[in-house]
Design a protein around this ligand. Structure first.
Ligand code: F0G
Length: 414
């Protein structure tokens, strides 16, 4: 591990990495983790030790802010598949399309990359209880990692607005689940207040250690492709993940492993799109949306905390923040499942929805190498699927009935 410290993203003030802070004590800004990189020394592990370890978050341990690996809370997160999608390439007329399938993670979403680092940190600071607000996946992941670490866990979720699979996970792992009569944004406001009490350790993406774990997905893509992609398309809710990938790619450049960054393209749901609106206006201000709605409940967020850096990521890399409607998201989810065999939850399909639209409108160069981040497993949200597919056909348990519904009159034996 390199020496690290916090740096405020607004005023630039730095603080010792061992302090327990979530916001800049001087101006209230969010904090980034910075390291003392010696490019030459850092390259050595990349070429030697990294390659001897399995692909995954802890392959990159020297680039993570944890000392003493023996206490790491891990289930071998990361190391997820980068799947080439040739059927989509043909259909959309784009040279190379890949899906980074984060559903492969232990609890079925990218959140595990952040929680292995964040919950290890919770142990380090001797917290008793972990806490988060969540649209679902963060609560599943935090509940699982806290259970493993022997920590109590409290999660606040918007009542009736999280997917069934995610709720079952948080409950079976033993978290105390509070269904808040309000939105995700209300829940986040409440947990921020509670976590002023040092017994609680806050693990939303305000916590910079979580983003450190999540940045490893960018390293993996670089290793899996042997290069960075031209375009990276990623769903955006609270906007932590796009910031984490951006940081991962910038570090690869700092380490002189690559000489460019991908165009970072974020996708919000049409009904929850405050960052998209700021991007389109060219504004440096976010106008939170009080009332948000989308079938992609994972990204149903009106006041995203990481909006400032998400805008920077898109603008500074020649990318953009786009939107996809519920109809486009559901169509993309179905296409990915039916044409490529990849089952993702609605939010995870948003990048494919945007890519399809951009390709049809000629907004993406045909010779591009595109990576879409599929952030969560399709089994997380079975209800949405069942509302959007044909029901199974009931048949009598005899061969005539089966043949009849299959439109056959007899079995042809060869
Ligand atoms: N995709 C999925 C499946 C998610 O669960 C989330 C966020 C995102 C995309 C967006 O990531 O917030 O970093 O921009 N889910 C959080 C949660 C908010 O509570 O599970 P982001």
């Amino acid at each position: 591990m390199q020496r690290f410290w916090y740096k405020c993203i607004d005023c630039g003030e730095v603080y010792d990495g061992s302090e327990r802070i979530y916001f800049c004590p001087r101006c209230g800004g969010l904090l980034d983790i910075e390291y003392e990189y010696d490019p030459d020394a850092s390259l050595t592990p990349w070429s030697k030790s990294f390659r001897e370890r399995p692909l995954g978050v802890w392959r990159y341990r020297e680039l993570l802010p944890i000392t003493g690996l023996e206490k790491v809370v891990t289930m071998n997160e990361g190391g997820t598949r980068l799947i080439r999608c040739k059927n989509l390439e043909r259909e959309l007329g784009i040279r190379e399309i890949y899906v980074k399938y984060e559903g492969d993670n232990p609890t079925g979403s990218f959140k595990d990359r952040g929680m292995t680092v964040g919950v290890t940190k919770a142990l380090e600071v001797r917290a008793k209880t972990t806490i988060c607000a969540s649209t679902g996946n963060t609560s599943s992941s935090l509940a699982a990692y806290s259970a493993r670490a022997g920590l109590d866990c409290v999660v606040l979720v918007p009542s009736q607005k999280i997917a069934l699979g995610k709720l079952s996970q948080a409950l079976i792992h033993g978290a105390r689940v509070l269904a808040v009569k309000g939105s995700f944004d209300d829940s986040l406001r409440l947990v921020e207040e509670i976590s002023r009490d040092p017994r609680f350790y806050l693990l939303n993406s305000i916590n910079p250690f979580r983003l450190e774990g999540q940045k490893t997905a960018a390293y993996e893509i670089y290793e899996q492709l042997g290069d960075v992609p031209d375009k990276l398309i990623i769903p955006v809710g609270n906007a932590g993940n796009i910031v984490a990938y951006w940081k991962g790619f910038r570090e690869l450049k700092m380490l002189k492993l690559v000489d460019r960054l991908p165009n970072m393209i974020g996708v919000q749901a049409l009904g929850a799109s405050p960052i998209y609106k700021a991007f389109i206006k060219g504004s440096d201000r976010l106008e939170p949306m009080d009332s948000v709605e989308t079938v992609a409940t994972a990204i149903r967020i009106g006041n995203p905390v990481n909006w400032k850096r998400a805008l920077r990521a898109a603008r500074e890399t020649g990318g953009m923040i786009g939107i996809a409607s519920d109809e486009e998201i559901l169509r993309a989810q179905k296409t990915l499942a039916a044409r490529e065999g990849i089952f993702v939850e609605p939010a995870g399909a948003a990048p494919i929805a945007l890519l399809a639209k951009a390709a049809r409108e000629g907004l993406i160069e045909r010779d591009s190498k595109v990576v879409c981040i599929a952030t969560g497993h399709g089994l997380k949200d079975p209800n949405v699927v069942l509302m959007n597919v044909e029901k199974p056909l009931e048949v009598e348990a005899d061969i005539e009935s089966v043949l009849k519904v299959l439109g056959m009159t007899s079995i042809e034996k060869t």
